[in-house]
Write a protein that binds this ligand. Structure first.
Ligand code: CDP
Length: 214
């Protein structure tokens, strides 16, 4: 008999609380956790390192197919043998990532890897932008986290202490527009997702609300 597979899809914009919540949900359920944003960030990092123009669709898609990439639950990211954990969160990668993520060839490759990751573990908690809509439309539970732009920018600027609130807020607004407006797999809530506005909720409250759906 095959054990029932549990896949929890957590989507939403930057600063909505996805990473913290997804990790806590994974811990509570004894599942592994995958940050798919780190995968798109790694492709952008690799392109910059190779001196490839992020807008060069064909070259970047090819590069993504050949990439040796591991994303650990502890935030440790290895790209072609290099520890890129810090650099993938830096301003250069953050500026380029939405262009790379709009590339359909890159998305095909990342989607393939994400499905393989779940198949190997027979389940998991995955966070991103298109997990419930595209990668796992048959997920056990789909969650869409959101929060007001001000709350999201305030949360993110606490993490990125070397940038001003204004810079962080305008980067978030720019990425929201690119991620929601792109042709391939745009950011949106799946029609059957549980939508949670996290603006006024603590992490524990959000986690309990999610676990209460199972
Ligand atoms: O952590 P933050 O919310 O800033 O972003 P992230 O989750 O690291 O994702 C970085 C970028 O990758 C997003 O702005 C999207 O452009 C892209 N992304 C995507 O297209 N699809 C995913 N499943 C995850 C991320």
């Amino acid at each position: 008999m095959t054990e029932e597979r549990t896949v929890i899809a957590i989507d939403g914009p930057a600063g909505s609380g996805k990473s913290t919540v997804a990790k806590a949900v994974a811990d509570r359920l004894g599942l592994e956790y995958l940050d798919t944003g780190a995968m798109y960030r790694s492709v952008a990092f690799a392109a910059m390192r190779e001196g490839v123009d992020p807008e060069d669709t064909e070259v970047v898609a090819n590069l993504s197919r050949g990439l040796a990439l591991t994303v650990g639950p502890d935030g440790i990211v290895n790209v072609d043998g290099v520890d890129a954990s810090i650099e993938i969160r830096g301003p250069e990668v953050t500026r380029a990532v939405s262009i790379v993520a709009a590339n359909p060839g890159v998305r095909d490759e990342m989607r393939r890897r994400q499905r393989e990751w779940v198949a190997k573990r027979n389940g998991g908690v995955m966070e991103g932008r298109d997990i419930g809509t595209v990668v796992f439309p048959d997920a056990t539970l789909k969650v869409y986290l959101d929060a007001s732009p001000e709350v999201r920018a305030a949360r993110r600027s606490k993490e990125v202490t070397d940038l001003s609130y204004e810079t962080v807020a305008s980067d978030l607004a720019r990425r929201d527009a690119l991620d929601q407006g792109r042709t391939h797999d745009p950011l949106r809530a799946a029609s059957d997702a549980v939508v949670i506005d996290t603006s006024d909720l603590t992490v524990a409250e959000i986690v309990d609300a999610i676990l209460g759906q199972l």
